[in-house]
Design a protein around this ligand. Structure first.
Ligand code: SF4
Length: 176
């Protein structure tokens, strides 16, 4: 059985929602794959897998550790969606110093009652800039879109499960 892992790093889970939009085709998929770490299983650490799907870019040190663990354990790694591929909307903070973003969010923003920048040691340390995943690890395939349509997941996974190169038709990777 093919093992498949997925994770959402600095993303909004919209790519995972689109994955679920495969609807009844998910029944065919689970005949062929076993899910490892994924929001669908709630398994917290990735084991040896054939395919890993990464949603979201890298905004903190934990994201970097997770994507490195996926790279170590997954034969094929796919960056899924704009946030994983180029940082997406979260990377808009890259235009400002991290300290200014934290001040706006926790000290100076509208409606803040008790200004305090969170400093619990359990919180992962933020990176100065949000990075696409390929800046930390080698990525084998990129699935564009915000989010990629469910059909794009189908075409990608169907090819990978057969050991073929994915060929996505233009209408599934063209946005305007
Ligand atoms: Fe959400 Fe779009 Fe980013 Fe996917 S690419 S995580 S849908 S914002």
């Amino acid at each position: 059985m093919i093992r498949l892992a997925t994770c959402s790093l600095c993303g909004c889970f919209g790519c995972h929602m689109s994955f679920l939009d495969m609807d009844e085709k998910l029944f065919d998929l689970v005949e062929k794959v076993e899910f490892d770490r994924s929001p669908f299983t709630d398994i917290k650490s990735v084991g040896k897998c054939d395919i890993g799907l990464i949603e979201g870019g890298l905004c903190n040190e934990e994201n970097v550790e997770v994507v490195k663990a996926f790279r170590e354990n997954c034969g094929i790694l796919v960056a899924v969606g704009a946030c994983a591929i180029n940082g997406g909307i979260p990377s808009m903070r890259n235009h400002f110093p991290l300290e200014a973003c934290l001040a706006e969010a926790y000290l100076d923003g509208i409606g803040i009652d008790h200004p305090q920048i969170p400093s619990d040691p359990e919180l992962p340390r933020l990176l100065d800039k949000v990075m696409p995943v390929h800046e930390a690890v080698k990525i084998d395939y990129f699935l564009p879109g915000c989010p990629p349509p469910a059909e794009a997941f189908e075409v990608l996974l169907e090819a990978l499960l057969k050991g073929e190169e994915p060929q996505l038709p233009t209408n599934l990777i063209h946005y305007d």
